[in-house]
Design a binder for this molecule. Structure first.
Ligand code: ADP
Ligand code: MG
Length: 395
């Protein structure tokens, strides 16, 4: 499937630019085992890159001041002059890329002319982070082609900055970090406060992580994602005014939160309480994963869903339905909505021998309940962004 994507993207480049690309890059999407919405609240998260990618076919154009993108999946293109100051434009997909270029330009790094065609197997707006793959993929390309000497951490931060400044989504750092730092068979435990991270072997022998795509699409520009951040920010502001000695959000205790409850209001209280509980769940989940305690890991996933649905309120009828039905099936250890919410996928931890039966039953129930054909992705944990060479990966 990876080869087909590479071939299709190469052909798209040839058809659009009438020449051959010189480099191919693959930027993966990600799953997050647990730790939802805590990446912008000093929490821990447990993501991993997956075997779904945006593929970029690239050619450097000497002595040119023009950078041109061809987005095959939208059959749309965009060109800009690399020596001019960039501003957001009306084509939304372009802003993810222009924001990256702007961040690189502002850091004083010099680039040159480029032709890029790209295409993807990461469904857009399904919570698998196609946006981070797009931003960080382009940042990686600029770094590689023009020897910018940026670290992997810089690339993740540039991707996030692009989304904040040019797209207008106040995302955390998890998605970009996972796309850049992913490693095959490993999950990343990322401390979103310090950006320190460690890898854990994904000890899931005999079990599969299966994604059920509700096909309910979100865009975080309009989904309510930014409103959740406002609710949380209000709670944080008053917590810090009341307890200024606390350094990280995750160090507030539940009794401190209770002490400011009436001041911050019920909505902010619920949001903050979910976050504090979720951060603790991630630590427990990392331990369970490394000890191979899959049963407990599953319980934690389902607890997270209930928190996201009732306290953080970022689920929707379709995802609640999918999770509630799935956890009742044989061999299902846990399930939850994954990603920023308001649609997208559920992530399900299922015994290998039960996977097919669960897929069949849940697909039928979802079709009967909502008239929607659910999509299923059986994902493998894979490497982060890389240059692709036929028959081997480099870098
Ligand atoms: P998610 O990151 O969960 O997939 P987002 O709403 O954060 O969802 O980002 C989706 C947006 O990213 C799309 O609406 C589009 O603008 C851009 N995007 C992602 N993949 C592609 C692609 N293959 N081609 C063009 N734009 C893309
Ligand atoms: Mg996104």
């Amino acid at each position: 499937m990876k080869e087909k994507l590479v071939n299709d993207t190469t052909e798209a480049f040839q058809a659009f630019f009438h020449s051959d690309p010189e480099n191919i890059f693959l930027a993966p999407g990600r799953i997050n085992i647990i730790g939802e919405h805590v990446d912008y609240s000093d929490g821990f998260v447990l993501p991993a890159a997956i075997d779904k990618y945006i593929c970029f076919a690239v050619k450097k154009v000497e002595d040119s001041e023009t950078c041109t993108f061809f987005a095959k999946d939208f059959d749309d293109s965009f060109s800009f002059n690399i020596n001019q100051k960039q501003n957001p434009v009306s084509q939304i997909w372009v802003n993810y890329l222009l924001g990256v270029f702007n961040a690189v330009q502002e850091s004083g790094k010099k680039t040159g002319g480029l032709q890029i065609a790209f295409s993807s197997t990461i469904p857009m707006g399904s919570g698998l982070s196609s946006s981070a793959a797009l931003e960080c993929g382009f940042a990686f390309i600029l770094n590689q082609i023009f020897d910018l000497n940026l670290s992997r951490k810089d690339l993740a931060l540039i991707g996030q900055k692009s989304e904040h400044t040019f797209v207008g989504v106040q995302c955390g750092i998890m998605d970009q970090f996972a796309s850049v730092f992913g490693k095959e068979h490993q999950v990343i435990m990322l401390d979103c406060h310090s950006l320190e991270h460690q890898y854990f072997e994904a000890n899931l022998e005999g079990y599969s992580l299966v994604l059920f795509d509700s096909c309910v699409k979100h865009t975080h520009l309009t989904s309510g994602y930014n409103n959740r951040r406002k609710d949380v920010d209000q709670g944080k502001r008053i917590l810090w005014e009341t307890f200024p000695e606390i350094e990280k959000f995750r160090d507030f205790s539940f009794s401190m939160l209770d002490a400011v409850r009436s001041e911050i209001g019920e909505t902010s209280y619920k949001r903050c309480r979910y976050l504090l509980k979720e951060i603790k769940r991630v630590e427990k989940a990392a331990k369970a994963l490394s000890e191979g305690d899959v049963e407990y890991l599953g319980k934690l996933l389902t607890e997270t869903h209930s928190g996201l649905s009732t306290e953080f309120e970022v689920s929707c009828g379709e995802l609640d339905f999918l999770v509630e039905k799935t956890v009742k099936e044989n061999g299902v250890l846990g399930a939850r909505i994954m990603g920023g919410g308001f649609g997208g996928c559920s992530i399900n931890l299922i015994k290998d021998e039960n996977v097919n039966e669960v897929i069949e039953k849940i697909s039928a129930a979802y079709k009967a309940g909502f008239g929607i054909e659910m999509k299923v992705y059986r994902v493998k944990i894979s490497d982060g962004i890389k240059e692709y060479k036929r028959n081997e990966f480099v870098i």
